[in-house]
Design a protein around this ligand. Sequence first.
Ligand SMILES: *Cc1c(COP(=O)(O)O)cnc(C)c1O
Length: 233
Amino acid sequence: MSSIAENLQDLMLRLRRACEQAQRAAKDVTLLAVSKTCPANAVRQAFAAGQRDFGENYVQEALDKMAALAELRTQISWHLIGPLQSNKTRVVAEHFDWVHSVDRLKIAQRLSEQRPAYLPPLQVCLQVNISGEASKSGLSAAELLAVAPAVAALPRLQLRGLMAVPAPADDLAAQRAPHRALALLWAQLRGEGLALDTLSMGMSHDLEAAVLEGATLVRVGTAIFGARPAKAA
Ligand SMILES: *Cc1c(COP(=O)(O)O)cnc(C)c1O
């Protein structure tokens, strides 16, 4: 089995190739290493290999990992990418740097009210249900256009952009379509004056499609840390 450091190196190469193909600068796409279900030691190995941004889906698991890695706290950016319930907003506002999965104005308001004054504003993305799946969380396009200006105006948040988890698809064209749809919504909001700089899209199986459509941050778990246990996927 290859090591986390080797996987990261392979992935950075894959990401560089995707950027070349898209005629984009490699520095314009940030790699978020999705460490959900992985032990703190796996994060430590990725950190030793130079990785600094980590994504987590489950709040309590993330808090445990942050505690285990407390000495790295100022050097790591922790991103919440999983569903966020209103009873968890306070600990999230107190401990995370980013939240990609904001999907209601009420959640954004709570995060803003609860973000401690001694920390910089919480960096947030609005999650869009871009494939329109009934089972998926995220705002519809119409809801997004209504909610985004209100979120952008909250004092203790900085609205950075949009996030989506499109339905899986096999071929490149089918993978590109939802990513393009998200990029168009992002461009529309920018056109309306919102200062967005982040398009959080692309995972292990579709990062090339996402980079071709303008992703500025890809969220990769399996390709770095290996397959997750089935129950926690
Ligand atoms: C798990 C997860 C990822 C990473 O998925 P991989 O297929 O393992 O790369 C990215 N984004 C979200 C929201 C996730 O839940």
